[in-house]
Design a protein around this ligand. Structure first.
Ligand SMILES: Cc1cc2nc3c(=O)[nH]c(=O)nc-3n(C[C@H](O)[C@H](O)[C@H](O)COP(=O)(O)OP(=O)(O)OC[C@H]3O[C@@H](n4cnc5c(N)ncnc54)[C@H](O)[C@@H]3O)c2cc1C
Length: 488
């Protein structure tokens, strides 16, 4: 029987691990090379006050099928959890205010609710309402989120609603982020409808249109969403090479040779790059120069998360809701805070179990907007101090945390700048010209976990098709995760 084709996956984040899982499911063998000593990339959890708490991503969008389907496929259904009641607030104009009802990623669809929320000044609210009577804004190619939403509804909507909400996903600036790539639903409204506000209202079920899908918007796993990569890594542990960096790729007459940093070489039929843009750019330089050049220009936002366990008694009253967003210009350094033990009831239960007699709450503060790198030069102690000070301003908390954890994510999130979709198309078509080469990950089809899973699925399907055309496969289901093709 011919040997099953072997694919080296570069990067053991959720994209690379999903890709490996799919490849094995299709009868291929894999080696996943990961620079870090632990698998998972931006998905990682560690104990805070005795309970595992996510240190990176913490939830998946449940309105997309990919992540929840993968939970089910991996038998994780019994660990699936959803956020508790109570949404997020915005710290705007000096105090916490509820997000206005009837908005889509911060773009208001209900003027009265917007006025009631008090998030904008009266002038800002009136300016937002001008959208309803203003002539159409022509949008031909891709534009920035700020350019389009600002021209329809004014800068306050951009600064106090849209940018903080988008910041939670991209950590980016609305004057650079691509409308087409980051707000595709708004982008199609921009090309179809005159009034943005009325289009948002209709999309949300006002004006007789179909209501949005029912059911929880987000999901996670008891013990942290990092449990997803934990399960994938466990299933494919024999193919994982941790603490090893891929240094270079060499194309052979048939297949590839992958060079690791300790001079080990792995021969394989194909290589799938599931690593961030700068590394993909470096590895592609010789083989797909246009893709390499394009990826070399993608910028990333750095950020830090300060997670704290505090006694509930340190707060003047019970914390309400799941946390708050902070627009730039409010005089605070943190850009958001998640009241993790409010948002995730399982976490509150586990905290109570692990700390009998102590009523604790866990919060995560996020620091670092795109371009604010100086803030992240501060030490962990300084970041913790700043986060506590800002939390004090907003919630009135005063006291000392029982435990703190500072997690730095340098190169945390790729920036989907104006024209990003075109860039990705050029990268994909340059890579597709090279037999046995593929790319997937957060830089291509979306930064969220479901988008990364979808991207890995799609690229694996494409690679498998091209490989099956060239190589006759055994297709056996016992191909497993052995290390065929490894030449130490
Ligand atoms: C703080 C934070 C919070 C987030 N929150 C959420 C959330 O709640 N929900 C959500 O859906 N998304 C969230 N995201 C986004 C999401 O987590 C990421 O976009 C996604 O996990 C990226 O996965 P990936 O596998 O594409 O990349 P990564 O996770 O970056 O994995 C790539 C891996 O490649 C490895 N690597 C790089 N170069 C090499 C090399 N030469 N050789 C070998 N290995 C290499 C890296 O070490 C890394 O582990 C968040 C992101 C951050 C930073």
């Amino acid at each position: 029987m011919p040997e099953a084709p072997h694919v080296v996956v570069v990067g053991g984040g959720v994209s690379g691990l999903t890709a490996a899982h799919r490849l094995v499911g299709r009868g291929f063998t894999t080696t996943v090379v990961e620079t870090a000593d632990v698998p998972g990339g931006k998905l990682r959890a560690s104990p805070v006050a005795g309970v595992d708490v996510d240190a990176g991503a913490e939830a998946v969008l449940a309105r997309r099928p990919e992540a929840v389907d993968l939970f089910r496929e991996l038998g994780l259904d019994d660990r699936v959890v959803h956020p508790g009641p109570g949404g997020a607030a915005v710290y705007s104009r000096g105090r916490l205010r509820s997000l206005p009802k009837g908005q889509l990623m911060g773009v208001p669809g209900d003027l009265r609710a917007l006025a009631r929320s008090g998030v904008l000044s009266w002038a800002g609210t009136l300016r937002a309402g001008l959208d309803v009577v203003s002539p159409r804004t022509r949008v031909d190619g891709d534009v920035s989120v700020a350019a389009y939403v600002g021209s329809r509804m004014g800068q306050e909507v951009v600064d106090r609603l849209v940018e903080p909400l988008l910041g939670g996903v991209y950590a980016g600036r609305a004057d650079r982020l691509s409308l087409d790539s980051t707000l595709p639903q708004i982008a199609s409204m921009a090309r179809r409808d005159r009034s943005l506000l009325l289009a948002v209202r209709a999309a949300l079920g006002g004006g007789g249109a179909a209501p949005t899908k029912p059911g929880p918007v987000f999901a996670s796993l008891r013990g942290g969403v990092a449990g997803l990569v934990g399960e994938l890594a466990e299933r494919h542990s024999s193919s994982l090479r941790l603490g090893r960096r891929v240094r270079g790729l060499q194309r052979l007459p048939e297949g590839w040779r992958v060079h690791l940093d300790d001079d080990e070489r792995i021969s394989c039929d194909a290589v799938l790059l599931a690593c961030p843009a700068s590394e993909a750019s470096r590895l592609l330089a010789e083989h797909a120069p246009e893709a390499s050049r394009e990826l070399g220009g993608v910028e990333y936002a750095d950020m830090a998360l300060v997670t704290m366990a505090l006694p509930a008694s340190a707060f003047p009253g019970p914390l309400v809701g799941s946390g708050f967003l902070v627009p730039a210009g409010e005089g605070l350094t943190i850009k958001a805070a998640t009241f993790s033990s409010n948002k995730w009831p399982w976490l509150a239960e586990e905290l109570a179990r692990a700390n009998p007699g102590d009523e604790l709450v866990v919060l995560r503060c996020s620091i670092g907007r795109f371009g604010e790198d100086r803030i992240l030069e501060r030490s962990d102690e300084e970041l913790t101090r700043v986060a506590l000070r800002d939390l004090g301003t907003v919630t009135g908390v005063s006291g000392t945390p029982v435990q703190t954890r500072v997690t730095r994510w340098n190169g945390g999130l790729p920036q989907y700048d104006v024209g990003h979709a075109g860039l990705v198309e050029r990268v994909r078509s340059d890579v597709a010209r090279v037999p046995g080469l593929g790319v997937c990950g957060a830089v291509y089809g979306g930064v969220g976990i479901p988008a990364c899973i979808a991207d890995a699925d799609q690229e694996v399907a494409r690679l498998v098709d091209t490989l099956r055309t060239n190589i006759s496969t055994s297709g056996g289901d016992d191909a497993g995760t052995n290390q065929q093709g490894v030449n130490p």
